[in-house]
Ligand binder design. Structure first.
Ligand SMILES: [Zn+2]
Ligand SMILES: [Zn+2]
Length: 333
């Protein structure tokens, strides 16, 4: 069988490996069909990820077909189609006991601290699999993973009357869809690429601006701002652009520490919160949204590459034009 392999900084290979053994209790053997290329994969591949460096097997946005179930997996059978929750939590720490599995400090996300699922066959815990709705294809279902990040980020802010989304890539646009589904009032997207600004307007944004034009399109400060880029400059913009009592949500993966305008945050009670991946309910909400609004989600899918061309997919993902790219793991599509 084959697997994708980030063998070093910037190096993408497809290599032959031994298949995994049979599934253990509570495990499922899966044949992945589609793997999403994500901004966090790129930061890992190019050595900018805050925690992880290559070599690693990537793949955390993954849809698959069930091949074989281990003992104690009553709800799944061979041939079922599933989306993986890549975040393997411990279940016993304080965060997990409070139901905040995504904040588990010993969580291991596949494709980062654990080998990913960009391989012909992979074992995964059955309780971390979400069934794909019958009328949704595995390619679109794969986009429910970044969409779940959007649903979770939307849940981290309380007042969605007037929202700013910084970054119109796959996460920013997923967040835009989630904010619409959650009944947000107004959404403004800040994005340097004109095509992505146009796409955000087609997907329901009320305004879209280049970063240098933000002042011109906004009225009063926003009730919530979501930073899907998380560079020092974007976080400063987010913190400066929310109203008193507003919330800034850090959604993008920052490279490291940055300065904070503590005086404004203290005086005007600006809350700064993180959003890290998602909870199972966010994944279910995302899959349901894909079933309900497939055309919106399809608009985020720029292109699907066969596994042999994975290196091209990771190179193209770094360009301004592409939103979400998929890698097809099987030859039959
Ligand atoms: Zn991702
Ligand atoms: Zn835990």
């Amino acid at each position: 069988m084959r697997e994708l392999w980030f063998s070093g900084i910037g190096a993408v290979e497809v290599r032959e490996v031994e298949p995994p053994g049979p599934p253990g209790t509570g495990e499922v053997l899966l044949a992945p069909t589609h793997v999403g290329v994500c901004g966090s994969d790129l930061s890992l591949l190019h050595g900018h990820h805050p925690w992880i460096r290559p070599p690693v097997v990537p793949g955390h946005e993954v849809t698959a077909t069930v091949v074989e179930t281990g003992d104690d997996v009553p709800a799944l059978r061979r041939g079922d189609r599933v989306l993986l929750n890549p975040l393997v939590h411990c279940g016993t720490c304080r965060a997990c006991l409070r139901g905040r599995f995504n904040a588990c400090e010993s969580a291991k996300v596949i494709g980062f601290r654990r080998p990913g699922a960009a391989r012909s066959l992979v074992l995964h815990p059955a309780h971390l699999l979400h069934r794909i709705p019958p009328d949704v294809g595995n390619d679109l279902a794969c986009l429910a993973e970044p969409l779940a990040c959007g649903f979770h980020a939307a849940s981290r802010a309380t007042d969605l009357e007037d929202c700013l989304v910084i970054g119109g890539g796959s996460i920013g646009l997923s967040l835009l869809l989630a904010l619409g589904a959650r009944g947000a009032g107004r959404v403004t997207v800040v994005e340097p690429t004109p095509a992505k600004r146009d796409l955000s307007l087609r997907l329901g944004a009320h305004a879209a601006a280049a970063p240098e034009d933000l002042d011109r399109v906004t009225g009063p400060r926003f009730t919530s701002a979501f930073d899907c880029v998380s560079r020092a400059g974007t976080l400063a913009t987010a913190l400066d652009s929310v109203c008193g009592g507003g919330t800034v949500v850090v959604v993008g993966v920052p490279e490291g520490p940055g300065p904070l305008p503590l005086a404004r945050m203290q005086r005007y009670e600006v809350d700064l919160v993180g959003s890290g991946m998602y909870l199972p309910a966010d994944v279910d909400a995302a899959l349901a949204h894909v079933a309900r609004r497939p055309d919106d989600v399809r608009a985020l899918l720029s292109r699907t590459y066969p596994l042999e061309q994975a290196a091209r997919a990771y190179a193209a993902a770094g360009t301004a034009e592409s939103v979400k790219l998929l890698i097809r793991m099987t030859d039959d599509g």
